[in-house]
Design a protein around this ligand. Sequence first.
Ligand SMILES: CC(C)(COP(=O)(O)OP(=O)(O)OC[C@H]1O[C@@H](n2cnc3c(N)ncnc32)[C@H](O)[C@@H]1OP(=O)(O)O)[C@@H](O)C(=O)NCCC(=O)NCCS
Length: 209
Amino acid sequence: MAIIDNGNNNSVHFKFHEYKETRANITINGDNNKIDCLGQLYGNGKLNITITASGCSIILESGIIINRGLNIYIAPSGGGTPSKDCNVTIAKDVFFNGVSTLTLSESNNRIDIGEGCLLAGGITFSTSDSHPIYDLDSNLRVNPSASIFIDANVWIGSNVHFLKKAYIPSGSVVAAHSIVTRKFDTPNIAVAGNPAKVVKHNIRWQKKV
Ligand SMILES: CC(C)(COP(=O)(O)OP(=O)(O)OC[C@H]1O[C@@H](n2cnc3c(N)ncnc32)[C@H](O)[C@@H]1OP(=O)(O)O)[C@@H](O)C(=O)NCCC(=O)NCCS
């Protein structure tokens, strides 16, 4: 595991089920960041974490499977100012089947992925548009960054993009190639399309036990 720490008071703690040197690449440029793995990581995929920020935390709970790859970037985009105080939590038993990429390029945002979620491949999460847009008259920003929340037991199809404000309630399905731009409130729905809309209510995707 390659860890490059160019800052002060950063803590990195990991457990892999099967340790391999190439399994993780972690680069930190900043201070007071915490990366904590509360259980063992499973699967053969690679974990890449880049933090160019301060006061951030990434918490990976137990039973997470990374089959191909998980990329987490907490870093300003382009010539932006350094990010700070961002948080990522990935809850118990989340299964990353393909490659997923989480990007937090502005301050004070978080991405939470709930327990038991199943993610296909080519999925991106971006809490910021990376470039501000301003109202011509007021000069106020019209596209502020915002956190992303995926509740427990959500199945996310391939190549889904979650933009700022995305919020998926528990037990739901996100159809392949959807672009999620807003909050959905009712649990156990299927959302699909660009922008994603509800296409089914009152469903479940896990077998009843
Ligand atoms: C979400 C999904 C499970 C829904 O399947 P389903 O229950 O059979 O639903 P249907 O095919 O009846 O679709 C319901 C409606 O949503 C629409 N829809 C389904 N998937 C869509 C998609 N990806 N994008 C846009 N619209 C979609 C359908 O056109 C249909 O619209 P209509 O009612 O106007 O005709 C399926 O479409 C899907 O995206 N599966 C993900 C597959 C995947 O990525 N697997 C990766 C391995 S983990």
